[in-house]
Design a protein around this ligand. Structure first.
Ligand code: F6R
Length: 240
């Protein structure tokens, strides 16, 4: 695990986006695993800017998103499909048919097998991850088996609380999701995890120094041979 700690978020995100621009230019048809939530927003902003400045093109890129809420259609503003269009896809030259996100409205077993089939046909070159304050990656909540593939999950109460800011009221937050499994995430050639803010510090400590334990899903990343963790000082504040 390589851990990089940055004084401020701007430098952190600049470093991550420079890495992506270089990697995509080296392999313009790469497959990217993407995340949603607050964490990737500045990265997506930088990538849009690089696209507009003609420093990078996404026309041959394929993407797989980690997860989607069950019950939310892509027109729902809190759905991850809506988020991806709004925060990234609508502003770059990616072909939407090459972007894969689990469906939140198909019958879950159908959505899961469609997504898994597409994912299994690709090798993800770089998987981007955020980190839940409870140590989740994707929506693989504490207790999820490390050998899990794409599956339906019950969201932890802490996740529902953390994500309620995207909804009018906590009652509107879906209680279930479809997520790429931990085994799927670990298959990626390279993993980039970004965590910022002191609310992530405890999970960051466990991910890096703790035992590899299903109760802290991100701790499995200790077993991957190419992981880079990007932290700001607040998220790194509990590290040894
Ligand atoms: C999002 C995802 C989640 C988030 C995590 C952190 O696609 O899979 O694991 O990365 O919940 O969320 P934020 O970035 O909102 O703090």
């Amino acid at each position: 695990m390589k851990v990089e700690i940055f004084k401020d978020k701007e430098t952190l995100y600049r470093s991550v986006s420079d890495f992506y621009v270089k990697a995509i230019n080296e392999k313009p048809n790469m497959t990217l695993g993407l995340a949603t939530g607050t964490t990737p927003i500045p990265l997506y902003k930088n990538l849009i800017e690089s696209y507009k400045n003609k420093q990078v093109s996404f026309k041959d890129i394929t993407t797989f998103n980690l997860d989607e809420y069950i019950g939310l259609d892509k027109t729902h503003k809190a759905s991850y499909a809506y988020f991806m269009k709004n925060q990234l896809f609508d502003h770059i030259d990616i072909k939407l048919e090459n972007t894969f996100i689990p469906s939140g409205i198909l019958e879950p077993q159908v959505a899961i097998s469609e997504f898994q089939k597409a994912l299994d046909a690709h090798q993800v070159d770089i998987q981007l991850l955020g980190l839940g304050s409870n140590g989740h990656i994707g929506f693989n909540e504490p207790g999820t088996p490390f050998n899990s593939t794409t599956h339906q999950t019950d969201l932890a109460l802490s996740t529902i609380e953390d994500n309620s800011r995207m909804f009018e009221s906590i009652k509107d937050v879906p209680t279930q999701s479809i997520t790429m499994g931990i085994q799927d995430i670990m298959r990626a050639s390279k993993i980039i995890l970004i965590a910022t803010g002191k609310q992530k510090a405890e999970a960051v400590y466990g991910m890096i120094h703790g035992p590899v334990d299903e109760n802290l899903p991100a701790s499995i990343l200790q077993k991957h041979n190419d992981v880079v963790i990007y932290l700001d000082e607040a998220a790194a504040s509990k590290l040894k």
